[in-house]
Design a protein around this ligand. Structure first.
Ligand SMILES: Nc1ncnc2c1ncn2[C@@H]1O[C@H](COP(=O)(O)OP(=O)(O)OP(=O)(O)O)[C@@H](O)[C@H]1O
Ligand SMILES: [Mg+2]
Length: 780
C-alpha cells in the first residue's frame, strides 16, 4: 500500500502541514470545529500509507472509547477507499458488496487492528495486562495480570468501610465521596500515600493520607486497581524498570493525543517517559524516527476538577521542543478555519469566550454562510422549557426531510435536568438516549454478574466474592461469613483462600459448610475454563450454574423480568465483543466493560441525544438545545464566588455552543424545581455576554443586557487595553490583577510579543495570563 494518498486534498493548507508532519514534536492548537480531530485521524493514515509506518508502532489517545472506535472506523474507510481506487480504479461504494467487505476486512486485519487507539485508561489497562507482574509498589507489594478494575461504587464502599470501620471516624465529617476525591487528586499528581502525607499541613489532610494508605492496602489485597491507578501504576513501573520502558519506547514511535488540554500530570508523565525513554525532554535529541503529535484547545479545558491542567498544553513546545526557540513554527501549527458551525453560531461562541481573561486570542474564521439567528427562549418553568424544546424538535423534524432524530441534541449542566425532557419525549414517542445517568454497567444485576466474572478471573477479589457468595441466597449466614473473614484477615490472605482451605471450612457445622463447598466447586469449574472458553460461553454457564436467572424468574415481577433482560443484554455485549475483537477471552471482555464510558451508550443515528455539557466534548450535532441558562445552575452555584471557576463554566458554555452545526437554541426558565424545591431563577450571566444583534427571542427580557450582580467575573467587564509593558516581563515580577489581586510571575511561555505569563496568586493559585489582553499593574 504505497500509493500517494489523495485524501490529503480534503484538507486545508494548515491541516495538511499538520497531517504531513512526519517526525519530531508537533502541537496543533485551534478553536472548536477547526478539524483537529480530523487532522489527527488523517495523520495516522498518512503515517501508514505514505511513510510505511507499521501500525503497531502508532499509539493514539482519544478522550472516550467511542471516539476511539470512530477514529478506527474512519481510518478503515480511508484505507478501503484508497485500496478500491488502487486495485479496482473506482470508488468503494461502486464495488460489489462482497468486494467491499473483502477490502474492509483486509484493512481491518493489516491496519486498524494492530493500531493502539484508545483512551489513556484503556491503553494503560492493556499494557498493564502484559507488564504489571514486573511492578512493585513502595511497600514491595505486587499485582497479578488478572487484576480487577474497581469502579466508582466499589471504590466508595471500600473507602466508607475504612473510614467507619477501620479508623472509627464520623463519615459525615469525612464523607467517603470527598475523601475519595482527595485521594484521586493525589493519584493524579502521581503521589503515593507517604508523598501525600508529606504534603499535608492540617489534621484533615493527614487523615486523608491515612485513608489513602489503608485504601491501597485493600486494593493490593484484592489484586485490584482503580481508574487512577491504571495510569499511575504504569508510570511508576516505567520509572522503575528501564527494560520495560525501553521496549515500549521502541514500540511507540508515533504518539498522538486528542483533547490535549484536558491531560493531567500523570498522563503527561506517561507520554513524556514513552517519548524520550526517560531522558530529560530538553536533552532529548533523537527525534529522527519518532513523533509526538498533540491537538487541543485551551478554551475547551473543562476537567480541572479531575486535575487536568491546560498549562501542560501551553508548555508543550518548551517541554518537547528539542531546544528550538519558543514559538518556532516547526513545533506548532494553528488551524484557523471552522468547518462545523454557521457564522452566527461561531460569532456567539467567540464573543462569549472573549470574556475570559485566562486565554490567548485565537482566530476562528467561518467557512460557511451566516445561517439562522440563534434563538433565545424564556420559559415559565422547566416543564414549559421542555415543551418548547420538544415542540421545536417535532416541527423541525417534520419540515426538514433531511433531518432525523439523531441530528438533535439537548445539552445541560447537570444530569438532574434530563427528567423533564425525558417525560416530554416519551409523551410524543420520540426516541431518545440519555448519555450518562444510570449507566448500564451500574445496574445492580449487571454488577452482580460482573462480580461473578471478576471472581472467576481474579479469585483474590474479595469485594466481588462478598457480593456474590450469597446472591442468590444459598443459605450462607452472615456469622459464618464473618468468622471466615476474620480468619482471612488474621492470616493476611484473601477470603477465597479461606473458603478453599479445607480446614477453615471444616471447622464449620456441616449445614454451614455445604453451601460454601458447593459454591467453591462451581466457581473452580469456571475458573478452569478461562483459558479455553469465550467470555460469552462462560457468562451463559455461570448464569445457569449459579441459579441467578432462575431466582429472578421465580420472583416473577416486572422488575425481575427487566433484570433478566439486562443480564441477557450483557451476554449480547460479550457476543458483540467477540465479533469485533480477536481476543474474546473473559479477562479482555471484563477490562473492556470496566472502562466503558457513558458515551458508549450513544446511539447517535436514530435517537435524540440528551447529555451533560461535559459529555458533549468533541461531538457535533446539526441542531443543539442549550438549556437551563440560569444563574446558579449554569454557571453552577459552586462557581459563583470564584472568578477562575466562572471562567471554567464559561469554557463549558463555549463547548456547548460550538457543538452546533446549523441551529442553536438557548433557553432559561423564570422558575425551576430542582432537587425538590421550586425557586425563582435569574437568567445566566452568560446570556448577557452574547451579541444581541444575532439573537432572536420570544421575550425582550429573555436576554439581560447587564450581568447579574452577584456573579461579576473579572472578565465580564473587561476592557481590552494592550499592555505597554507586555514584552518586558520577567520571572519574579510582581503585579496586580483586577480579579485575582497581587501575584508573582513564576514562568513565561512563548516569545516576542506572543508571551503568556504563569502568575502565582496567594490563596488563589497559579493562573495563565496573556499580558497583551489583560490589564496588569506592575508593582515596582
Ligand atoms: N478541511 C475540511 N474541509 C471540510 N470539512 C472539514 C475539514 N476539516 C474538518 N472538517 C469537518 O469539520 C467538523 C469539525 O471537525 P473536527 O471534529 O475534526 O474538529 P475539532 O477541531 O476536533 O473540534 P473540537 O474542538 O470540537 O473537538 C467535522 O465535521 C469535520 O469533518
Ligand atoms: Mg475534536
Amino acid at each position: 500500500m504505497s500509493a500517494i494518498p489523495d485524501f490529503l486534498s480534503h484538507l486545508n493548507p494548515s491541516q495538511r502541514q499538520a497531517v504531513e508532519h512526519f517526525c519530531g514534536p508537533l502541537l496543533v492548537v485551534a478553536g472548536a470545529g477547526s478539524g483537529k480531530t480530523r487532522a489527527l485521524t488523517y495523520r495516522i493514515s498518512n503515517l501508514v500509507m505514505r511513510h510505511q509506518v507499521n501500525p503497531e508502532n502508532i499509539l493514539a489517545v482519544t478522550f472516550t472509547n467511542k471516539a476511539a472506535r470512530e477514529m478506527k472506523e474512519r481510518i478503515e474507510k480511508l484505507f478501503a477507499e484508497q485500496l478500491a481506487q488502487q486495485d479496482h480504479g473506482k470508488a468503494l461504494e461502486l464495488l460489489a458488496p462482497q468486494q467491499q467487505t473483502k477490502l474492509r476486512s483486509q484493512v481491518y486485519k493489516t491496519i486498524t487492528k494492530p493500531l493502539w487507539i484508545g483512551t489513556f485508561h484503556s491503553l494503560c489497562a492493556r499494557l498493564l495486562r502484559m507488564e504489571i507482574e514486573k511492578y512493585q509498589d513502595e511497600k514491595g507489594r505486587k499485582w497479578q495480570r488478572n487484576f480487577s478494575i474497581f469502579d466508582e461504587s466499589d471504590v466508595q464502599s471500600l473507602i466508607k468501610d475504612i473510614v467507619v470501620n477501620q479508623l472509627n471516624l464520623d463519615d459525615r465529617k469525612f464523607q467517603p465521596r470527598s475523601v475519595r476525591f482527595a485521594i484521586s487528586n493525589a493519584k493524579n499528581q502521581g503521589w503515593n500515600p507517604q508523598e501525600l502525607e508529606a504534603n499535608q499541613q492540617d489534621f484533615r489532610g493527614r487523615v486523608v493520607a491515612q485513608v489513602y494508605s489503608k485504601y491501597q492496602d485493600s486494593l493490593a489485597a484484592n489484586n485490584g486497581l482503580d481508574f487512577d491507578d491504571l495510569i499511575r501504576v504504569l508510570v511508576q513501573l516505567l520509572k522503575q524498570n528501564g527494560q520495560v520502558l525501553g521496549y515500549w519506547h521502541q514500540q511507540f514511535r508515533h504518539m498522538l493525543v486528542d483533547e490535549y488540554q484536558d491531560t493531567n500530570r500523570t498522563q503527561y508523565d506517561l507520554l513524556r517517559l514513552l517519548a524520550t525513554n526517560g531522558t530529560d525532554t530538553r536533552n532529548f535529541k533523537d527525534w529522527e524516527h519518532r513523533s509526538v503529535f498533540v491537538v487541543g484547545d485551551a478554551d475547551q479545558s473543562i476537567y480541572s476538577f479531575r486535575a487536568a491542567d491546560f498549562k501542560i498544553l501551553m508548555g508543550f513546545q518548551q517541554d518537547f521542543g528539542d531546544g528550538l526557540p519558543d514559538g518556532d513554527t516547526r513545533t506548532m501549527v494553528k488551524l484557523e478555519e471552522n468547518y462545523r458551525s454557521t457564522e452566527n453560531i461561531l460569532q456567539v461562541a467567540n464573543e462569549l469566550i472573549d470574556n475570559n481573561t485566562e486565554r490567548i486570542d485565537k482566530i476562528l474564521k467561518p467557512t460557511r454562510g451566516a445561517g439562522e439567528p440563534i434563538y433565545c427562549y424564556r420559559a415559565d418553568d422547566e416543564l414549559h422549557e421542555s415543551d418548547f424544546v420538544i415542540q421545536q424538535i417535532r416541527t423541525l423534524e417534520q419540515s426538514h426531510p433531511e433531518l432525523s432524530w439523531g441530528d438533535f441534541a439537548i445539552l445541560y449542566r447537570t444530569n438532574a435536568q434530563s427528567r423533564a425532557f425525558e417525560e416530554g419525549l416519551v409523551r410524543w414517542s420520540i426516541p431518545y438516549t440519555v448519555v450518562g445517568g444510570l449507566k448500564f454497567y451500574d445496574r445492580r444485576e449487571i454488577k452482580d454478574v460482573l462480580a461473578y466474572l471478576r471472581l472467576i478471573v481474579n479469585p483474590a477479589d474479595t469485594v466481588s466474592l462478598k457480593r456474590v457468595i450469597n446472591t442468590p441466597r444459598r443459605g450462607i449466614g452472615k456469622t459464618t461469613l464473618d468468622r471466615l473473614m476474620n480468619a482471612a484477615q488474621e492470616l493476611g490472605v484473601p477470603l477465597w483462600e479461606m473458603l478453599t482451605e479445607e480446614t477453615a471450612v471444616k471447622t464449620l457445622a456441616a449445614r454451614s459448610a455445604k453451601p460454601i463447598l458447593q459454591f467453591v466447586e462451581m466457581m473452580r469449574h469456571w475458573q478452569g475454563q478461562v483459558e479455553t472458553q469465550s467470555a460469552a460461553n462462560i457468562i451463559q454457564g455461570i448464569l445457569e450454574d449459579s441459579g441467578y436467572v432462575r431466582d429472578l424468574k421465580n420472583q416473577g415481577t416486572d422488575e425481575a423480568d427487566d433484570r433478566i433482560g439486562n443480564v441477557q443484554e450483557l451476554q449480547n455485549a460479550a457476543l458483540q465483543y467477540a465479533e469485533e475483537n480477536t481476543d474474546e477471552s473473559l479477562p479482555s471482555f471484563l477490562a473492556n466493560t470496566a472502562l466503558a464510558s457513558d458515551l458508549d451508550d450513544l446511539d447517535e443515528k436514530t435517537t435524540v441525544s440528551l447529555m451533560t455539557l461535559h459529555a458533549a466534548k468533541g461531538l457535533e450535532f446539526p441542531i443543539v438545545f442549550l438549556v437551563g441558562l440560569e444563574q446558579g445552575l449554569f454557571p453552577n452555584f459552586r462557581s459563583l464566588e470564584d472568578p477562575a471557576a466562572i471562567e471554567e463554566e464559561r469554557r463549558l458554555c463555549y463547548v456547548g455552543v460550538t457543538r452546533a452545526q446549523e441551529r442553536l437554541f438557548i433557553s432559561h426558565a423564570r422558575e425551576r424545581r430542582l432537587y425538590g424545591s421550586r425557586e425563582p431563577a435569574m437568567p445566566s450571566l452568560f446570556l448577557s455576554e452574547l451579541p444581541r444583534d444575532l439573537l432572536q427571542t420570544n421575550s425582550l427580557s429573555a436576554i439581560p443586557s447587564e450581568p447579574p450582580h452577584s456573579a461579576m467575573s473579572p472578565g465580564a467587564k473587561k476592557k481590552k487595553m494592550p499592555n505597554t509593558h507586555a514584552m518586558d516581563w520577567a520571572v519574579g515580577d510582581r503585579l496586580v490583577h483586577r480579579g485575582f489581586g497581587l501575584g508573582e510571575v513564576t514562568h513565561i511561555f512563548g516569545g516576542g510579543n506572543k508571551i503568556c505569563l504563569a502568575v502565582k496568586f496567594p490563596g488563589i493559585g497559579k493562573k495563565i495570563i496573556d499580558p497583551n489582553i489583560t490589564v496588569l499593574d506592575r508593582v515596582e
